[in-house]
Design a protein around this ligand. Structure first.
Ligand SMILES: [Zn+2]
Length: 285
């Protein structure tokens, strides 16, 4: 008998974007700070230079990114672990004061493990608690740490009323998840490693990776953008303040924004705005 391992497949179809736009661009930042390194290896709590790589995102990167977004009059979505909210409250407050969207990204940045359902629940609820406790915010968007997911997590997001998720790589158009029991799940805003700064711009002594030059990264981001626009899709750029906040990478983001400005039919929107537009169209159809 054939193994049925996945849920029903939602249709892939273009959305009608507001104001006659041809595509949507969504700037997202995973504001992990040190949490990512601590989750990777508990001993990193004591390794100050390793931690400082994450701290750069909260200390320098986020400030530079908020300055650029303000200059460009753009709003972005910041997927933020509860740990970052607890430990870098002032920087999270800055992004909220600038009118950006605060979205959920776990608590301690543990990757969702289908064999650890209790940890999945704890990550979700501790993250929600941190945002409520500090800012009275109830986020509607979620990106799992590591951009990985599982059936149980999608069900838990649905139970908590999350409007959207953003980590699947199976489309260039938003779609509605169908849970394994056939119920409707959250809306998906798909992304892809080709548009994730982590794959081009970070390295570490114990996990060395090549750093890619600006022209290389900008070329990939522009080429994806040109075709996604032709297809009428959604362009979700995944960035990290500890990566894109580096000097040379801020220039890549600035140049990429300038490139997209050459087109007059782009809708720049937060994850929440795009998911809400999708939900409205769904009701009308
Ligand atoms: Zn992350």
């Amino acid at each position: 008998m054939a193994e049925r391992w996945q849920t029903a497949e939602p249709d892939s179809k273009p959305m009608r974007w507001p104001n006659g736009a041809r595509c949507a661009v969504c700037f997202t930042f995973d504001f992990d700070a040190e949490s990512l390194w601590i989750a990777k290896e508990p001993k990193n709590r004591e390794l100050l230079a390793t931690l400082s790589q994450g701290r750069y995102g909260a200390k320098v990167g986020i400030v530079k990114i908020l300055e650029l977004l303000k200059r460009e009059e753009l709003k972005a979505t910041f997927f933020t672990p509860g740990w970052t909210v607890d430990n870098h409250r002032d920087k999270v407050e800055m992004l909220l004061n600038d009118g950006h969207e605060l979205a959920h990204h776990g608590y301690m940045h543990y990757w969702p493990d289908p064999d650890k359902p209790d940890q999945i629940i704890e990550e979700l609820d501790r993250g929600l608690d941190a945002m409520k406790r500090h800012f009275g915010v109830r986020p509607v968007g979620y990106r799992p740490p590591g951009s990985e997911s599982c059936h149980f997590l999608l069900e838990q997001l649905t139970a908590r009323g999350f409007l959207y998720n953003s980590c699947f790589k199976d489309d260039v158009h938003p779609y509605r998840h169908i849970l394994r029991d056939g119920r409707r799940g959250p809306i998906e805003l798909p992304e892809h490693p080709s548009m994730d700064d982590w794959n081009y711009g970070t390295s570490h002594l114990r996990f060395p990776k090549p750093i890619f030059p600006s022209a290389h990264v900008l070329g990939i981001w522009q080429d994806e953008f040109k075709m996604i626009r032709e297809w009428g899709g959604i362009y979700v750029l995944v960035m990290h303040p500890q990566v894109t906040g580096r000097p040379m990478r801020m220039a890549i983001l600035r140049d990429f924004i300038a490139f997209t400005r050459n087109y007059s039919d782009v809708w720049y929107a937060t994850g929440r705005e795009i998911a809400e537009a999708f939900a409205t169209q769904e009701r009308l159809n």
